[in-house]
Ligand binder design. Structure first.
Ligand code: ZN
Ligand code: ZN
Length: 211
């Protein structure tokens, strides 16, 4: 893959937030997560149609936080947690474009960059041509999905977890956590205080997803 094509332009729908993901010499992989929390996040943002595929999956690029840079609108990033211990789920405060999910522990600089913030029109490439085929589909609890896709797994397979952990550890050793756009480099806290979803909000969402 050529070097230029491995830089993904990032843009929220309204254009206030702009940046890029530098994936040159980086082991980034495409994955789809069908879990309930990822679906819930899409619904909280009221962007389910844009974010979720027809089976309720969220496509992400698994990469290091240290490879993501914002050139504009950094201060407009907003963060949500579906539960007090949940992932930090980032989105554009201006227009609710989903940006990505990260662990709350900044020492694991893993990022699941959500496909909706990748500006493929500017890049002039399809996700396939940029990053290859989907590497794995996880949390596919519906047996129909596993019949449809040979690479769909009911949970996250152990070998995938181990591989992801090894990559995240490598990025940590490389110091990528110090270059994350999501954490204040001085105090180590998230750049904006995550909003934790209330129990009633969560229950209402769960009901609407079931419907
Ligand atoms: Zn925006
Ligand atoms: Zn998920």
């Amino acid at each position: 893959m050529d070097m230029i094509a491995r830089t993904l332009p990032i843009r929220c729908d309204c254009g206030h937030i702009r940046g890029h993901a530098d994936l040159r010499d980086h082991q980034a992989r495409r994955a789809v997560c069908y879990c309930r929390d990822c679906r819930m996040f899409a619904h909280v943002l009221k962007r389910a149609d844009a974010i979720l595929d027809r089976h309720g999956g969220t496509e992400v690029v698994q990469m290091s936080q240290g490879r993501l840079r914002f050139e504009a609108g950094h201060e407009r990033l907003a963060c949500m947690r579906l539960t007090a211990n949940g992932l930090l789920r980032w989105y554009a405060g201006c227009c609710h474009t989903a940006i990505g999910n990260i662990p709350a522990n900044r020492h694991l600089p893993y990022l699941g960059l959500i496909h909706t913030c990748i500006d493929h029109r500017t890049a002039g490439h399809s996700p396939e041509s940029l990053l290859g085929p989907i590497d794995c589909r996880v949390n596919a609890h519906d047996p129909e999905l596993r019949r449809m896709y040979v690479d769909a797994h009911e949970r996250i397979p152990a070998r995938t977890l181990i591989r992801m952990a090894a990559r995240a550890l490598g990025w940590r050793l490389h110091g990528d956590h110090l270059h994350s756009p999501f954490f204040d480099p001085d105090c180590g806290a998230p750049i904006t205080k995550p909003r934790i979803l209330g129990a009633d909000e969560r229950a209402a969402l769960a009901a609407s997803i079931r419907a």
